[in-house]
Design a binder for this molecule. Structure first.
Ligand code: SF4
Ligand code: SF4
Length: 469
């Protein structure tokens, strides 16, 4: 982090603290909506809260301005710290100077912390606000069931658990017990939360600066194209940056339609910018094993269709760096270089971006379970590979400095873990690794774990022994 950026974060911190040491503008201006369940939260740390249906009947902006959230805002305005934000308080309570997400997030480019603080502190606590940054999932309809995902996010996962029952593991995110108490709306069903969103939209769009569409798979949800069509026909969203998350595993004809719409939106200056995010963390059969539903050839065809049809557009590939990546990441890195050679024809423009956040949950997919002596060599060598291929030719054909730094962070996490990585977590994670992947292979078609990842054989049998012993 540069000194200049840290100074900015410090300034933002001081501005926020002038109201109270728990004051955070995310509660006012940032929102994530899971419309298939009617849940929302203002950032990922507090647990999502259910939106009461009676509140949105009177006021569709209660999708964001719930009575619950207004109470949390009131606590903040009165100098308190809402319980649900303990993630930030844990960081801020440490001795010395520590920066929490309360400070980082409010230093984002889409928000002017000073001006917003002045406004919010002078208006009544129960005032309604529109978010500036909104991430919205219209449904969990998904054509994939990635191994580390869950039924709440993927309809295919939900279907698998209904058909085959739950996995017998200690850390279980695959259960569907929540369905007993929660109505989950299917993509093709009348959904009062989606209805409220469309009622709110004419007012909401005036203030929105970033709108991120996510899923399930956003491109198969009918509301995605509806929204893009409305943006094409409208005339008042020139300030909006539109983001789309897609697994890029949909039919190529859908990608063509989406790319045409994006080109229109940008050519006619209906929106300020568009960003496409996708996910991948290996290449070929190994990637298809981690992300069940993925067809690597189709993914590549879709990505190249988009790059071809939308001039100057870039794609961001998010890698959920997990236990199986450790010994299988090199072909992915090589593919990045190949794509960059093909698509980065301007020295100033990188059209193939990637990021390597490491997976923290569920534990049986965590890199920390692996014996360091046996598997460290793979990460060490991948880091060296990135270093050996750093940009030198002025063209963006190699890797960038920050990509090297991110990979170094993954390596540090692999070797050092952190306070959270206890012996108990590792032991249970290893037992779960054996049970989960044995059952995962039983339920999946095609090659199994040890055929695709022979480097994990000894580790798998070690986990088996731990489980049986
Ligand atoms: S958890 Fe932190 S960043 Fe999130 S809303 Fe609370 S204070 Fe803000
Ligand atoms: S594509 Fe996304 S929503 Fe679908 S299963 Fe994979 S991670 Fe989950």
């Amino acid at each position: 982090m540069s000194d200049r950026y840290l100074d900015r974060v410090r300034n933002v911190r001081d501005t926020l603290n002038s109201v109270g040491h728990g004051f955070c503008l995310q509660k006012w201006r940032h929102e994530t909506l899971y419309l298939h369940m009617g849940d929302n939260h203002s950032c990922y740390h507090p647990r999502p809260q259910r939106i009461p249906l009676d509140e949105i009947t009177e006021n569709p902006s209660a999708l964001h301005n719930t009575k619950w959230k207004k109470q949390q805002r009131k606590i903040m305005l009165e100098g308190g710290r809402p319980e649900e934000c303990y993630y930030c308080w844990n960081v801020e309570n440490l001795p010395g100077e520590h920066f929490s997400d309360r400070m980082f997030h409010n230093a984002s480019t889409w928000i002017d912390a000073k001006a917003e603080t002045e406004m919010v502190r002078n208006l009544p606590w129960d005032q309604d606000y529109n978010p500036y940054f909104l991430e919205v999932s219209f449904g969990n309809g998904c054509n994939f069931k990635c191994g580390y995902c869950c039924p709440q996010a993927s309809s295919l996962w939900e279907q698998e658990i209904r058909e085959h029952g739950n996995y017998d593991i200690s850390y279980n995110q695959y259960g569907i017990d929540y369905l007993k108490n929660t109505k989950v709306y299917r993509d093709d069903e009348q959904n009062p939360y989606v209805d409220a969103f469309w009622k709110w939209w004419p007012d909401l769009k005036k203030d929105l600066r970033v709108l991120r569409l996510t899923g399930g798979e956003a491109m198969i949800n009918p509301n995605t194209m509806k929204l893009m069509k409305m943006l094409e026909e409208g005339d008042d969203t020139q300030h909006l940056e539109l983001n789309l998350n897609s697994n890029m595993g949909v039919a190529n004809s859908r990608v063509i339609r989406m790319a045409e719409s994006v080109r229109n939106l940008l050519d006619k200056k209906k929106i300020k910018d568009f960003k496409l995010y996708t996910s991948l963390e290996a290449w070929g059969p190994q990637a298809e094993y981690m992300r069940r539903g993925l067809n690597q050839d189709l993914w590549l065809q879709n990505v190249e269709t988009y790059l071809e049809m939308v001039p100057d557009a870039a794609i961001s590939i998010m890698c959920t760096y997990n236990i199986l990546c450790v010994a299988s990441f090199r072909p992915f890195l090589e593919k990045i270089l190949e794509l960059r050679k093909k698509w980065n024809t301007n020295p100033w423009q990188n059209r193939i971006m990637f990021d390597t956040p490491y997976l923290k949950e569920p534990p049986h997919w965590m890199i920390n379970l692996l014996p360091k002596e046996e598997f460290g060599k793979y990460i060490d060598s991948d880091l060296l590979f990135i270093q050996d291929n750093l940009i030198t030719d002025g063209l963006v054909h190699g890797f960038q400095e920050q990509e090297y730094e991110k990979m170094k962070r993954v390596r540090n996490y692999f070797y050092q873990g952190g306070a959270r990585i206890s012996d108990e977590l590792i032991l249970n994670g290893r037992k779960d690794f054996y049970k989960f992947f044995t059952e995962y292979d039983n339920r999946s078609v095609g090659l199994g774990l040890l055929e695709l990842f022979p480097q994990y054989k000894d580790f798998y049998y070690m986990c088996k022994e731990l489980n049986n012993g």
